[in-house]
Design a protein around this ligand. Structure first.
Ligand SMILES: Cc1cc2nc3c(=O)[nH]c(=O)nc-3n(C[C@H](O)[C@H](O)[C@H](O)COP(=O)(O)OP(=O)(O)OC[C@H]3O[C@@H](n4cnc5c(N)ncnc54)[C@H](O)[C@@H]3O)c2cc1C
Length: 242
């Protein structure tokens, strides 16, 4: 769009993130809840066998881990998102070996576990790697002012989503609040009561939009989950929706 309101979205850049799913042959000593890890590669993780009914198991752990930062744009030295599943899983196991030093086994299939002692017994049964090339917008300083209001200058077109203007960052909380505020706009407009209005666009964004010409929309490229904003396993024609 050439409208300054939508041009401000160019200032919000989605960052890549990887989700790693690991099934172990036994139960790890984990907590019932989401854990923030001290690993530089694994930001948060949860043992789904303990904290999620769908994966509940008393004798085998299933870990879901957020592997981030995973690209130079997000602050990593390594472009992990371009690596193979095996390289990503090996790096994850190397970090887990540090987080669970007495539980993760030394496994010749996974070189990063080579330094494990003999007490570790847990080995990997299977794994899945889900790549999300455009996750939440990068919360670099100064981004908030570019987040658009839910109400837009286009009649009957309302935005919902974690990136829209509200008090939370791009997150589940932000998604819920952004959705509530979008619903509020729709209800207020339907009832012909006043809304909070369209958030003002910064003068520099408006100035940069002058003279910008319309382009044909690129459209959705490919029929893969990533093309629709989802995460996917594998690449090219061999991909799967998780
Ligand atoms: C790996 C990972 C871990 C995360 N961990 C956390 C966490 O621990 N805590 C937290 O608070 N947040 C976390 N987040 C962020 C959180 O998931 C997002 O902030 C939140 O889901 C955003 O919700 P949303 O409704 O704005 O957008 P989304 O959930 O992205 O919903 C947008 C929907 O639109 C669909 N869509 C896209 N294009 C089209 C189209 N053309 N036609 C139809 N449908 C379309 C997409 O498929 C998607 O379902 C994480 C995100 C990722 C990727």
């Amino acid at each position: 769009s050439t409208l300054p309101f939508f041009r401000q979205l160019n200032e919000l850049e989605g960052i890549p993130v990887i989700n790693v799913h690991l099934w172990f042959d036994r139960k790890l000593n984990s907590l019932d809840g989401l854990c923030f890890s001290r690993s530089p590669l694994l930001s948060v993780y949860a043992d789904m066998s303990t904290c999620c009914a769908e994966y509940a198991s008393d004798d085998k752990s299933m870990l879901e881990l957020v592997f981030a930062p995973c690209s130079p744009a997000a602050g990593s030295d390594v472009n992990w998102i371009a690596k193979s599943d095996e390289e990503i899983v090996d790096a994850s196991l190397g970090e887990l070996a540090r987080l669970f030093p007495s539980e993760i086994a030394r496994d010749p299939n996974w070189p990063a576990t080579a330094a494990q002692g003999s007490t570790g017994k847990a080995t990997l049964l299977k794994h899945a790697v889900v790549r999300v090339p455009r996750s939440v917008y990068a919360a670099t300083p100064g981004r908030n002012k570019y987040r658009p209001s839910q109400e837009t200058p286009v009649p009957n077109f309302v935005l919902a989503g974690d990136f829209t203007s509200q008090k939370f960052l791009g997150s589940m909380e932000g998604a819920v609040l952004g959705g509530k505020l979008a619903a509020e706009v729709i209800v207020d407009q339907a009832a012909a009561t006043s809304t909070r209005g369209v958030k003002a666009v910064l003068p520099e964004v408006a100035a940069a939009a002058v003279g910008v010409s319309e382009r044909e929309p690129v459209g959705v490229r490919g029929a893969y989950p990533i093309a629709f904003g989802g995460g996917q396993q594998g690449v090219g024609a061999k991909c799967l929706h998780p």
